[in-house]
Design a protein around this ligand. Sequence first.
Ligand SMILES: [Zn+2]
Length: 510
Amino acid sequence: MKVLLVVIDAASPRVVGPAVQTGRLPVLQRLADAGAMHRAISIFPSITPAATSSIITGEYPSRSGITGASWYDEARGEVAYYGDDFWVVAREGFGSFVRDFLVRLNGDRLTAPTLFELVERGGGRRAACLNYLVYRGVHEHRARVPTPLAFLPGVPRTQTIHGPSTFCLGDFVATHTVRGRKLKDKGGLFHRFGMDDASTGALLCQLAEDRALPDFTVAYFADNDYRSHEVGPHGALPVLERVDRMLGDAFEAAGGLESFLEETCVIVTSDHGHCEILPEEEQAVIRLDQLLQEFQQATFGRPWQAADDVMLCPNMRAAQIYVQSPTVVRVGAIVRRLLSEPRVDQVLWCRRLTSSELPGYAVATSRGRLEFWRADAGATPRAHDEFGTKWTWQGDPAVLGLELEGGVLCAPDYPNLFERIAGALDSRNSGEIWVTAKPGCEFEVPGGTAHVGGASHGALHTLDSDSLLIVSGPPGLLDTRQPFRSVDVAPLCAKLLGVPVRYGVGDPRV
Ligand SMILES: [Zn+2]
């Protein structure tokens, strides 16, 4: 069986579900009718670079190595900064864009194998990447830096990168051309160098028409996220309608959806959701640098200086705070200061920082503190999460809105909370402290701009975390009575393709 994985950035079930029901997304409706529509729980932080890495590797940031949109790369002594929108990096200068994105994100910063690598490593099977940002594969390609950029200082003309055998990355790499449509016209500065939806749609259509779709194809549509940030997820529905039409065109080009589905399973998902941001800046924006002004802050994007206490790495509705020399006293003081801001939702850190080398995690909210850890063999587990991991805790679970339903831990507003917190805090590059904003609010640091009156994401809340999932494939492939996570997408694809991976769909993560 072949697999076509369509990733529509930030497509939310609460927008797509009603639109499918009212006939506004007829192609997604046909796909859902031919299979099942469900939801996927994103990782934390629910932000594009980390979440798209988790989809293609099946791993949390603790193993994928991509710890958000910005983090401190301790080995290099520098800040890895991708923005949510990696074109922020483009604005920072194309030299750093080529180095940070083309070379490092898909190089040694990504510490888990991608499905592109797993599918093509053994030979025999082929994979294609259409504009997906996390593309690492086993085939060498020459990325050509588009002419207007190549003349900028510090920008190499070409760069050797590794991707799948069929690899289209905007104006940078193209192993499959779009005949008669002159993709070049769709590229350039105003179309994110050929990495917008129109380009991905045209490439997919051409591959389908040529009957050239390999065993595994990922097609990435980014525009919905950009528009949702501006006008909110509901206002961005016309972008989803356009993607729907482009998918329809591709299936028609392949000879019709029914025959296409005979040999290909289509999975449509997204990397995260979107949470509406309040229209008044005073209410919406939490200036993290001002909130923590009593602590000496490292200059954003610069390495530590001896006198620095903290380094702030914003991830939109979440932020990580690195603490130089993190003593119990200093961490406690930062946590208290963060909680003094009523728009802060949760403050998270590893328990060992404040409870003398104990394993596990701590969460504080305005309602109190909860510490939790994985129950070892022999220990009495207090409860399982929805995926079967046993946890135990100290403190009042109501602090996080946690409920016990038949012995299973649930937090309706914060899905799969414990595992996702662990998946971020266990990362080698994680900040000592993470902080999330209440719905309606977003963190801002100098140089960044919050999405006031629009929407944003990054936090643990269900609005940020709820992602689309439609699976059109063999009957019984997806059990919609069971919860599903973004990290289950790769195991699902691998199962269909017969490729061995570390975890199965729905397995507890350790
Ligand atoms: Zn995204």
